[in-house]
Design a binder for this molecule. Sequence first.
Ligand SMILES: *[C@@H]1O[C@H](CO)[C@@H](O)[C@H](O)[C@H]1NC(C)=O
Ligand SMILES: *[C@@H]1O[C@H](CO)[C@@H](O)[C@H](O)[C@H]1NC(C)=O
Ligand SMILES: *[C@@H]1O[C@H](CO)[C@@H](O)[C@H](O)[C@H]1NC(C)=O
Length: 342
Amino acid sequence: MLSTHAVAISLALALAPATVAHYHLADTFIGHDFINGFNWETFDDPTHGRVNFVDQPTALSSNLSFASSDSFVMRADSTQVVAPASRGRDSIRITSHNAYNDSMIVLDLAHMPEGCATWPAFWTISQGGPWPNGGEIDIIEGVNLQPSNLVSLHTTGNCSMGQQRSQTGSAAFSISLRLYNDPPLPCRYTVSPNCDASLNNNQGCGTQFTAPNSFGSSFNQAGGGWYVMQKSATEGINVWFWSRNDHTVPAAVHTNNDMVYPDSTWGSPGATFPSDTCDYASHFNAHQIIFDLTLCGDWAGSVFPSSGCGSGTCTDFVNNNPSAFLDAFWEVNALRVYTLDS
Ligand SMILES: *[C@@H]1O[C@H](CO)[C@@H](O)[C@H](O)[C@H]1NC(C)=O
Ligand SMILES: *[C@@H]1O[C@H](CO)[C@@H](O)[C@H](O)[C@H]1NC(C)=O
Ligand SMILES: *[C@@H]1O[C@H](CO)[C@@H](O)[C@H](O)[C@H]1NC(C)=O
């Protein structure tokens, strides 16, 4: 027979609410915070884009990067004709100095790069690497005139996803190619549920959003919105999106909060990658945050002829049409990173 003491303890355990992970504000990036919090990368684009990633002083002096008290803008050049022998059109790729283990990344975005030849991405990658060790999570990604967002993971082996998951998006039918040192892809591939980057030409496992206004021109016309990515050893990887005028956006997301946690009011994420079919600890570790804007390259370039952008080549389009890139810019209202209590 149980002692009274033991009964009291088991009652207390039974009545205790289910543990909900609370994430506390670790870093805020608004306006000038990006200047000190991120590194401007200048290497050749690993995805073979027609871009010249410029350093921070160049970006600031040419206004390709611009910070104010409440806004941060990064863009591709939209004024110069690009010489064929040059590395490409000036653009930016920035990586956070800090890396984060289990976390919630909350992005309030006013505008994303849009238009023919563009391939913007907001994503995270293992600081430890080398890629694909520690994983890659593409939160916002797409090319050319693509109408909706594609979320995908790229990992080491033995990580795959079921086709039926609790998400509003669909297991993707187009490709994602966020690669480090892969050869250019010759053509399109159909969807894979396997996140293993060594398979299917590094397509990864993806979810195509079905929510309206999640990407490109329609995202911008709606005034942007919020993207939230949860990276969790227990909950897996989840991405939510709310358009600017979506009144269901949780208060913890659209106001400046010092704590955030997903609850039932958030609804199903647009994309979910549960940890039950992919061991989290062996595939993911601390990630840095990246914004980039490449042009053409392995994905945008390879599908350019079928993307409704005209009959010329992607490279010629980039070289000769500076004004086509007037809307090829990121404008961030705020980026907040929340981490678990340790
Ligand atoms: C730099 O870019 C910002 C943001 O787009 C813009 O408001 C500002 O007018 C630009 N400054 C110059 C000198 O062009
Ligand atoms: C992430 O977690 C690992 C394992 O606990 C730890 O060694 C590492 O320092 C952590 N990194 C960060 C950036 O918190
Ligand atoms: C593959 O992953 C599954 C699910 O996480 C795990 O049970 C299994 O042990 C893994 N196999 C290998 C060889 O790592």
